[in-house]
Each structure stands twice: as C-alpha cells, then as structure tokens.
Ligand binder design. Structure first.
Ligand SMILES: *Cc1c(COP(=O)(O)O)cnc(C)c1O
Length: 381
C-alpha cells in the first residue's frame, strides 16, 4: 500500500513535532464533569457555557427524525420557519436563516456575498471556517492584525476600489477569549462603505439581553449587516443561523450553496434548538453564574502571574508557548482530574501554544477554586 507508507511518514513527522492528534471518547456526566478516556474529570474544555446541553429534553411526540431533503426542495418543515422567526425576534432583525452548522454557515455566506472582484477584510485570528469561506469565495483576502482596527482602516483605504468590501470578524475570539471592538467596526464599515459580518459562535446566548449576543450588548446590532451565530456552543445543540434584513436573508436563500445543496436540519434537532433558545432567553441566572465563575478563574490565574492574554470572558487561555509543554501540561492536568485540552499550532500561531479553559454556569465554585490551584501548581513547575 504505497499511499499508507507516505501517510505514515507524514504522521511520524507530526508526532516528532508534538502536533499529532487523536480522537478520544468523552461523555458529559452533569454538574460540569465529564467522562474522558474512562476517567471522571472536571470539564474545563466544553463550549456548553450555560449548561443547557444537559438540561434539554428530547421531544417524545415523534415529529419525524429526519428531514430528508434540501429546504429548497421539500425539506422545509414547519420547525425551520418557527426557529427562524424565533431567531429574528431575539436578534431584532427583519429575518433569519438557519444552517446545518456554523462551519457550513461561514463557508456558505461568504462566497454568496463575495466573488473574485471583491475583497474580504478579516481579523488574523478569525475562526478557520471564516478563512475557508473567504478562500472558497475567490475574493482578495486582506488580514488585519488581531483587533488592530487602525490596521483595518489602513487596509480599507488602500484597497478601496473593490466592487464590494466585506469586513468579517469573530465577536468573541475562540482561542483568546477577548472580544472585537464592535463600536469601532461599525464606524469603519460606514466610513468605507463596506459590509459587516460578525460571528457570534461563542458569544450568542452568553451576552446581551436574553443572550442576544455582543452586538446587542453593544447596542449596534441594527448596524451589522450579517449576524451569524451557532446553536452548537452555549445553546448546547447543533446548527447555526444568520440574522439580517429581510433583503439580506432573501439574497442568502437564493445564493448560499450550503443551504441549497444540503439537507435541512432534522425536526428533532430544530425542536431541541427552540427549547434551548427559550430556556436561555428566560433563565438569566445562567448568564449571571457564568460571568461570576469566569471572573473568579481569570482573577485567580492573573494574580498567580499566569499569562491569560487579553481574556475578558468565559474562554480563558493559559499561554505556555511551546507545543510540547502545552501537551505536557494538558496531560498533567488530566492526571490531576481536569479536562483542559492543549491547543497547538496550526490552530494558534507558532510559539503561543496554550491550555484553553472554558468555564460553565454549571461549575461549582469549590470545584473551580480547586482546579485553579492545580493549574497554577502544574504550570509553575
Ligand atoms: C465553532 C465555531 C464555528 C463553527 O460552528 P459549528 O457549529 O461547530 O460548525 C464557527 N465560528 C466560530 C467562531 C466558532 O467558534
């Protein structure tokens, strides 16, 4: 098998650089714990920030398990329309469009908006699905230094002649836990006659009134052209959405290939998402608990002199630099009862390997305090 021989060599090269990954089985146990590789660990690696995942109930009325067609054919079951009305209502936009996943949303929306005569202006630390969406669009790709909006301003001036200019950014950065300056971004988009798309994957449900997101919290949601977000993180389900004007959504329905050429989300999933959106909107205590828990962890790690970058949220990196060291720390934390997986290049820039902690509303304060003490001890070694 000559292909296997080549692949083995490439896999060996990854192992030598401490970059080899494997799939490990994990299962939530409740109260912020999980079963990982057969062991009970405090779960500081999940995106279930509000603890909604374990509180959702499977519907038992048998609405049908599968969707069985694209929404543009006969897959557009009533749940899809109801969910889109829920999202538009929460976001205060004219309309919304639901996608199979956040990855599909980003690789669908961006090529629908941009072609090769257009330009994308993208934060250097944007999620991989945004990068892939831009590549797929064939548009000119201008990356600005992370959260450096003076650099963005300069790039927009230098490349003013494109037919259409799209500024695209994560609202909350998934590997650093810092947030974009949305006020300044809407100003720049208006000054430069550009389009603004934000990705609220990690901030949806967590910030804003009823969890409507960071654009809502900043009071500028009506000046953002496309508010994309997912149901896969704080909402504890699967799937994603774009919210925008009725015209924008009509355009996307007609141009997004990852809506046209893929099957609709199944009714059972749509029903779980609607349950989750309603619970999240109604249960403010989840956001309050999460904010308190995250603040406790950030403060304790900072006081101990650990490098947590610019985190101001529930995502807290502990930057250790070297990929090998990050793996070592991850393993030691696991031995100490904590699931907090090492994040290495190419997911983060070379030399900034880290342990990424994510806090949940479900974590007990005593568990977090004990975990923080373990992390400080292991990292300081
Ligand atoms: C997770 C994530 C996505 C992808 O969402 P999925 O629903 O998991 O496919 C997109 N954008 C950002 C910023 C993310 O963190």
């Amino acid at each position: 098998m000559p292909i296997d021989k080549q692949l083995i060599e490439e896999l060996e090269a990854l192992r030598r650089r401490n970059l080899h990954r494997c799939l490990r089985t994990s299962q939530p146990l409740g109260d912020g714990y999980l079963q990982f590789d057969g062991k009970r660990l405090l779960n500081l690696a999940s995106n279930d920030y509000l603890g909604l995942c374990e509180d959702l109930e499977l519907p038992d009325d048998g609405d049908g398990a599968g969707a069985t067609a694209s929404r543009l054919i006969v897959g557009n079951h009533p749940g899809c329309d109801e969910l889109e009305a829920d999202v538009a209502e929460l976001k205060g936009t004219g309309a919304a469009l639901v996608f199979g996943s956040g990855y599909l949303a980003n690789i669908g929306i961006i090529p629908a908006l941009l072609g090769r005569h257009d330009a994308a202006f993208s934060d250097r630390l944007n999620h991989a699905s945004i990068v892939d969406g831009i590549r797929l669009s064939g548009a000119n790709h201008h990356r600005y230094a992370h959260n450096d909006l003076a650099h963005l301003d300069q790039l927009l001036s230098e490349h003013a002649s494109h037919r259409r200019k799209l500024i695209v950014t994560d609202a909350l950065f998934s590997m650093d836990g810092d947030v974009a300056d949305l006020h300044r971004l809407v100003e720049l988009k208006e000054q430069h006659d550009a389009v603004l798309m934000i990705d609220e994957a990690h901030s949806g449900g967590v910030f804003g009134a009823r969890g409507a997101g960071l654009a809502d919290a900043a009071g500028i949601a009506d000046r953002v052209d496309v508010q994309m977000g997912t149901f896969s993180k704080a909402y504890g389900c699967y799937g994603a959405y774009a919210a925008g004007s009725a015209t924008m959504i009509d355009y996307l329905v007609n141009h997004v290939r990852t809506v046209a050429y893929t099957t609709a989300l199944p009714p059972v999933v749509v029903e779980l998402i609607r349950q989750s959106l309603a619970k999240s909107a109604a249960e403010q205590w989840r956001r309050e608990r999460l904010e308190e828990n995250a603040a406790i962890v950030r403060q304790a790690l900072r006081e101990a002199g650990l490098d947590i970058g610019g985190s101001t949220t529930q995502i807290i990196p502990v930057i250790v630099g070297d990929a090998g060291r990050a793996v070592e720390v991850g393993n030691e934390l696991q031995a100490g009862g904590i699931a907090a997986v090492a994040i290495r290049p190419p997911t983060v820039p070379e030399g900034t390997a880290r342990i990424r902690l994510s806090v949940s509303a479900k974590h007990q304060r005593a568990d977090l305090e004990q975990a923080v003490a373990t992390i400080i001890r292991v990292v300081a070694k």
